[in-house]
Design a protein around this ligand. Structure first.
Ligand SMILES: *Cc1c(COP(=O)(O)O)cnc(C)c1O
Length: 360
């Protein structure tokens, strides 16, 4: 295929710059700390629910807007069912939200260092954007977002830095920003952050997105959702029902309901991840890493004596995958997903060995 792309393509396709996900190796022996998946399986009740759903009824389409799951989520958070939107992973939810709220004249705003899918959606929909620079410590400075815009989006905690914004901070932005939609991507909120859900009472222009891929260990099933005012959610359904009537299957709906019903298992996994994050942070400090304090299930780290590209490559050689984003200002950082206790130990041991042999 030449520079100009395939002649059969629609014109805009050659200008797209698709998202590049972290690799998914087939090899089971690889220690995968590169895509922020859960090191633990989902609740046994989830697996049971999926198996129970595997019957002749899969010949039937699922409920088109996933009503039973919408009900479960609305009850879990104390919201109305009209405030819940479901999708095939939160990436799809975000794609519909960009389409629904961000195709405006003014540029949308998002952090310079953030989830790279936002730029991808902008290209796809021809949305102008302005990337807002980070503070020196790679935090999001929300005051810089108080400028005219066509919309605002940021993850909280941010990815891949793991930094958290307080609700007071977000409230100040919302007091200023009343004319456009503010999307808060809470993919990692369950790992110790404070959700913006209570702000839904006071602000009709915020959309909060969640995923079951990280804290609920269901990345392979693709389930995400958005919470917002009835008006915003109505718009989302208009877009979604112009695209795919049935984005969440019977198996997805059954699995997600079972996950929300098993609160003990969920809390337990989250606690284990937070403990693992603390232990891993200590271990990395001991090896001389600078670790950005994280509220996610991952750590963004850098070392003054060893380049990130080197660390990434040498870990890969010993079967440990982490993520390296070769882009300023984080090109000398690697992102490490928090694994289970054993994975975290193996990682620290491997780093120790790499550093010793490097110095000889
Ligand atoms: C993982 C992630 C998502 C996407 O989650 P899916 O539900 O698996 O599509 C969205 N936003 C951020 C910031 C993420 O890290």
């Amino acid at each position: 295929m030449g520079e100009g792309g395939n002649t059969y393509w629609s014109k805009f396709v050659k200008d797209l710059s698709p998202y590049e996900p972290g690799e998914q190796p087939g090899d089971e022996n690889v220690i995968k700390l590169n895509t922020n998946e859960s090191p633990f399986g989902p609740s046994p009740a989830v697996l049971q629910a999926v198996k129970a759903e595997l019957n002749d009824d899969i010949r039937l389409y699922p409920p088109s807007n996933g009503d039973p799951l919408k009900k479960e989520i609305s009850e879990y958070y104390g919201l109305s069912e009209k405030q819940v939107f479901l999708g095939n992973g939160s990436d799809e939810v975000l794609a519909h939200a960009f389409n629904c709220f961000f195709r405006k004249k003014k540029p949308i705003l998002f952090p310079e260092v953030t989830y790279s899918f936002y730029s991808v959606f902008c290209k796809l929909y021809g949305i102008k954007n302005q990337k807002i620079s980070m503070s020196e410590s790679l935090n999001i400075n929300l005051e810089k977002y108080e400028v005219p815009n066509g919309g605002i989006i940021f993850p909280n905690p941010n990815a891949p830095t793991g930094t958290l914004l307080s609700l007071d901070n977000i409230r100040s932005l919302l007091k200023f920003n009343t004319e456009s939609v503010v999307i808060i991507d809470e993919a990692y909120i369950d790992f110790g952050g404070e959700s913006a859900i209570p702000l839904l009472q006071d602000y009709k222009n915020i959309l909060i997105t969640h995923t079951l891929s990280k804290s609920r260990a269901l990345a392979g099933l693709r389930i995400g959702y958005a919470l917002g005012s009835k008006d915003l959610i109505d718009g989302m359904y208009r877009v979604k029902n112009s695209f795919n009537s049935y984005p969440t299957s019977r198996l997805q709906i059954a699995a997600a309901i079972a996950s929300f019903k098993d609160e003990n298992y969920f809390q337990d996994s989250v606690k284990k991840i937070i403990k693992g994050r603390d232990d891993l942070t200590k271990g990395l400090h001991a090896l001389g890493f600078y670790v950005i304090p994280s509220f996610g299930n991952f750590l963004l780290v850098t070392h003054s004596e060893h380049s990130a590209a080197d660390i990434w490559r040498r870990l890969r050689q010993v079967g440990i995958l982490v993520r390296h984003f070769d882009q300023s200002p984080i090109s000398n950082y690697v992102r490490i997903s928090v694994g289970c206790e054993i994975q975290n130990k193996v990682l620290l041991e491997a780093l120790k060995k790499i550093f010793v042999t490097h110095l000889i």
